[in-house]
Design a protein. Structure first.
Length: 136
């Protein structure tokens, strides 16, 4: 007596390519490491800008550097964050993608805010050259 044979059940190992996700521990470590590295570079960049206007000699006027060059460096850090997010998305590292998108947004807010502040300072110094903080 021949009994009917059931068709094989769905086998997930064949057919369309399975989505591969990165190891969660390595994903978290990469996301945190990149975020700390980027925060370090942003802190160094804006710390150097802050120190450019710090002078302990009260007898001399302080000339603060323009923020434009420092904003370009911060923008470079933002570009690195976007590229890292794209690479992490391709590798399936969800935590790294989220952390790098957060860093890219943070850098974008810093660059736009800094550009608005420096533009305001430039307009103020153009309109009133003797204003406080303007170079002689």
């Amino acid at each position: 007596m021949n009994l009917p044979i059931a068709p094989p059940a769905f086998d997930a190992t064949t057919g369309p390519k399975r989505r591969h996700r990165a190891d969660l521990g390595a994903d978290i470590a990469a996301g945190c490491g990149l975020m700390l590295l980027e925060l370090f570079f942003l802190g160094m960049t804006f710390g150097l800008w802050f120190l450019s206007g710090l002078d302990l000699d009260a007898g001399e006027p302080v000339h603060v550097d323009s923020l434009w060059g420092y904003l370009a460096v911060a923008g470079g850090v933002g570009v690195v964050a976007v590229v890292a997010a794209a690479v992490a998305a391709r590798a399936g590292a969800v935590v790294t993608v989220i952390s790098q998108v957060v860093m890219a947004v943070l850098v974008c807010v810093c660059v736009v805010g800094g550009a608005a502040m420096q533009s305001h300072e430039d307009v103020k110094c153009r309109d009133v050259p003797s204003a406080s903080g303007c170079d002689d």
